[in-house]
Design a protein around this ligand. Structure first.
Ligand SMILES: C=CC1=C(C)c2cc3[nH]c(cc4nc(cc5[nH]c(cc1n2)c(C)c5CCC(=O)O)C(CCC(=O)O)=C4C)c(C)c3C=C
Ligand SMILES: [Fe+2]
Length: 346
C-alpha cells in the first residue's frame, strides 16, 4: 500500500465579494454538525434569516483582513502544507471542510499519486462536533462513495500532546518576551453548550460547571470544553504562569442559544473595567490565523479593551507555518508513515 496525508482546515470564501461569502456561509452553516437542528429548521434559520444579512457584514470583516494572495487562513494553510511536504517522505495534500480545495479533490489528488492509505489530519487541536467530527464524517462518506479502495486512519485531537504544548508555549513565550503584560487570556472558539452535551459519550458527565471538566471521565475524549481547559493548564504549567495571571474564555458566538462561557468580548471588557491595562491574548483553537483571530480578536477585541481604559493589547499569532510546528507535524507524519502495513491475517 502507498501512504499519503490529507491536512484539513476549515476553509474560507473564494473572495470578499458578498456573493462568495454567502455561498461559503451556506455550505458552512447548513452543516448539521454546525447548526445542529432538523433540516427544515436549519433551512429556515440559515437560508430564511442568517443569509439575508450576515454575508454583507462578514464580507466587510473579511475585507479588513484579506491579503493580496487571498484569505489568510488559506494562504497560511498552503504555506504549512508546502513546508511539511518538503520534510516528509509521503505526499501531503491540503483540503478545506468548506469551500475549496474540497476534501474530495484532496483525496483525488492523493489517489492520482497512487496513494491508497490516507492519514486524515484535521488541523484542530481540540475535538469538536463542528470541526473534527464533521471532517471525519464527510471524509468517510466520500471514501465509501468515490474512493472505496482507500483506507483511512485519522489523527485524534492533540490538545494535550507534549509536542503541541511545547510548540504553543514556545510561541507564546517568544511573542511575550519583554512584554510586560498583566494578564494572559486564552480565547478559544466557542460552541453552543448543546454541542458539548451531544458529544458526551457517557450521556451523564457534562454539567458545564467548574468541576466536571476537572473530574476524570471517558467523556473527555470528545469534550471540547475539557480539552480547552487542559491545553490551557498544560501551557500555563510549561510557562510557569501563576494562577491569577491567566484565564480562559470563548469567542465568536452566533445566535441566541447559550454558548460556552465566559464570553471573550465580555471578559476583555471586564478585565479592562477591573483595571487591567496590559492584556495579552492567545487563540489556541486555531492553528492558522483567520478572520476570528485577525479581525474579531486583534481588531474588535483591542477596540473593546481600549474603550474601557486598556492601554496595551498584545495578540500572540497562531502557530501558522512556524518551523518548530512544521517539524513536529512532519515527525508525527513520518512516525505514522513508517509503521508497517497490517497484513490481512492480523
Ligand atoms: C453555529 C455556528 C458556528 C460554530 C458552532 C462554529 C464552531 C467553530 N468554528 C471554528 C473555527 C472557525 N470559524 C470561523 C468562522 C466562522 N464560524 C462561524 C460559525 C460557527 N463556528 C461563522 C458564521 C464563521 C464565518 C465568519 C463570520 O461570518 O463570522 C473561522 C474563520 C474562517 C476564515 O475564513 O478565516 C474559523 C477558523 C472552530 C474551531 C469551531 C469549534 C470549535
Ligand atoms: Fe466558527
Amino acid at each position: 500500500m502507498s501512504k499519503g496525508v490529507l491536512l484539513v482546515n476549515l476553509g474560507s470564501p473564494d473572495s470578499t465579494d458578498p456573493k462568495d461569502v454567502k455561498r461559503y456561509l451556506d455550505e458552512f452553516l447548513m452543516d448539521e454538525r454546525v447548526i445542529d437542528v432538523p433540516y427544515w429548521a436549519r433551512t429556515l434559520l440559515v437560508r430564511g434569516i442568517i443569509l439575508n444579512t450576515r454575508p454583507k457584514k462578514s464580507a466587510e470583516a473579511y475585507q479588513k483582513i484579506w491579503w493580496e494572495e487571498g484569505s489568510p487562513l488559506m494562504v497560511l494553510s498552503e504555506r504549512l502544507q508546502a513546508k511539511v511536504d518538503e520534510l516528509t517522505s509521503v505526499p501531503i495534500a491540503l483540503a478545506m471542510r468548506y469551500g475549496k480545495p474540497s476534501i474530495k479533490s484532496g483525496l483525488q489528488e492523493l489517489q492520482d499519486k497512487g496513494v491508497d492509505e490516507v492519514l486524515v489530519f484535521p488541523l484542530y487541536p481540540q475535538f469538536a462536533m463542528a470541526t473534527t467530527e464533521t471532517i471525519l464524517v464527510l471524509a468517510e462518506e466520500l471514501r465509501k462513495k468515490h474512493f472505496p479502495k482507500m483506507e483511512f486512519t485519522s489523527v485524534p485531537a492533540f490538545y494535550n500532546h507534549a509536542d503541541y504544548i511545547r510548540v504553543l508555549a514556545n510561541s507564546i513565550g517568544e511573542r511575550l518576551e519583554g512584554v510586560d503584560y498583566e494578564h494572559l487570556l486564552f480565547s478559544y472558539h466557542g460552541v453552543p453548550e448543546r454541542h458539548i452535551r451531544k458529544s458526551d459519550i457517557t450521556r451523564s458527565h457534562c454539567k458545564m460547571d467548574d468541576k466536571c471538566c476537572q473530574t476524570p471521565s471517558a467523556a473527555h475524549q470528545f469534550c471540547y470544553r475539557h480539552q480547552c481547559f487542559e491545553t490551557t493548564r498544560l501551557v500555563a504549567e510549561y510557562l510557569g504562569l501563576e494562577k491569577d495571571k491567566y484565564s480562559v474564555s470563548f469567542q465568536s458566538r452566533l445566535g441566541f442559544d447559550p454558548w460556552l462561557k465566559p464570553y471573550t468580548d465580555r471578559t476583555i471588557e471586564r478585565l479592562g473595567l477591573e483595571g487591567t491595562k496590559k492584556l495579552a491574548i492567545v487563540t489556541p483553537a486555531f492553528v492558522s490565523d483567520c478572520l476570528e483571530t485577525l479581525e474579531e480578536i486583534a481588531m474588535e477585541g483591542k477596540e473593546i479593551f481600549e474603550e474601557v481604559g486598556g492601554k496595551e493589547f498584545t495578540v500572540v499569532p497562531c502557530l501558522n507555518d512556524r518551523d518548530e510546528w512544521v517539524k513536529v507535524l512532519a515527525r508525527w507524519i513520518d512516525e505514522w508513515a513508517m509503521q508497517p502495513v497490517a497484513s490481512p491475517e492480523e
